[in-house]
Ligand binder design. Structure first.
Ligand SMILES: [Zn+2]
Ligand SMILES: [Zn+2]
Length: 343
């Protein structure tokens, strides 16, 4: 990099905010971390101080036991909540503001302001409406750091209503059995449930035990999910004609034998790739993504219209090329471990 923006440096394990000696989504434990959201490739435990939205801190407390109880023998870590729209002054004269990213509950873009320059780090984001989190906001900036999980023109996500209709049709066709939906435990599962409710499906939905705490956390943060029941508390008979939501790992697991004649579905942006669906023995692929698709990535860069775009998360090359063709300055960051396989 040339002289401007020397205060922000991408390193393989995260973005370093130099004057504040602070990291954004670091992949290793640091003294001070700004965390965009609760997914494992962005949030980890063990930082001296974690600065994030209250929702992300609650998710991290559930998953990584940040804010460890006294006497547990683990390093205590300070949790600093910053609500959407609020600005926190970091050491070295850097201001940080959390802005909704529309990805999962509590997910934020981080706006960093220093020396008259503005940098936005999106974390992961999407542009579609999602009943389980606040919508993405466009923020003007000089450097825009965008993800590129689905950064290829072949990736266009269908409307979620269409995927919900497929799911409900499969359920109607399998009244003696059930439809088992594989969905990532943080974000995707709750979104699928909330969208089913929005589509008018009011029957109890059955959960794998691994989903329960995160669903309750969403409800405590004002996201109603309707009647949820644990699979372990019910018989095969009771579950006939129902939708069951489980982590992707449970789809082809012994666990699913307790279900009545299950049709196996999976909710993921990767279901756009037939081979991925076959690998998981998914009979009903549901293309439901919590990331922007190609059109949304390019539209977002146009709307934000930054002086420079930095690209992370897997498929950087096509987006980089798109920027260059449009006379936009861009570079690909080699951040490690940012591939959202389960999305
Ligand atoms: Zn994520
Ligand atoms: Zn990610």
């Amino acid at each position: 990099m040339s002289a401007p923006f020397s205060w922000i440096r991408p390193e393989p394990w995260g973005v370093h905010v130099v004057p504040a000696d602070c990291w954004v989504d670091p992949g290793r434990a640091v003294d001070r971390a700004l965390v965009t959201h609760g997914h494992a490739d962005h949030a980890r435990g063990g930082h001296g101080e974690t600065i994030a939205t209250p929702e992300t801190l609650a998710i991290m407390a559930l998953r990584y036991r940040t804010g460890i109880e006294e006497g547990s023998g683990e390093m205590p870590s300070k949790a600093t909540p910053v609500a959407y729209g609020e600005t926190i002054r970091l050491p070295g004269g850097v201001d940080a503001t959390f802005v909704p990213a529309g990805h999962v509950l509590g997910s934020a873009q981080v706006l960093l302001e220093h020396a008259g320059e503005r940098v936005v780090i999106t974390g992961d984001y999407k542009r579609r409406a999602d009943p389980t989190c606040a919508p993405f906001e466009v923020v003007a900036c000089d450097i825009f750091i965008t993800e590129a999980t689905f950064g290829l023109p072949i990736f266009t996500h269908p409307p979620i209503e269409q995927e919900m209709a497929k799911l409900l049709a499969a359920l109607r066709g399998n009244r003696d059995g059930c439809v088992l939906v594989g969905a990532y435990a943080l974000g995707k599962a709750q979104r699928v449930i909330a969208e089913l409710r929005a589509a008018g499906h009011q029957d109890p939905i059955y959960l794998h035990g691994a989903m329960e705490k995160m669903c309750r956390l969403y409800e405590e943060h004002g996201v109603p999910l309707g009647e949820l029941r644990l699979v372990s508390d019910h018989t095969k008979e009771e579950m006939r004609g129902s939708i069951v939501v489980a982590p992707p790992s449970a789809l082809n697991d012994r666990w699913s034998r307790r279900l009545p004649n299950a049709i196996t579905a999976m909710a993921s942006g990767w279901m756009r790739v037939r081979q991925r669906a076959r690998q998981r023995n998914v009979e009903l692929p549901l293309v439901i993504s919590d990331h922007a698709d190609w059109n949304e990535l390019t539209a977002t860069i146009e709307e934000v219209d930054p002086a420079e775009t930095w690209i992370t998360h897997g498929r950087e090359e096509a987006l980089l090329r798109w920027c260059e063709l449009g006379q936009r300055r861009a570079r690909a960051l080699a951040l490690v471990g940012r591939e959202d396989e389960d999305e």
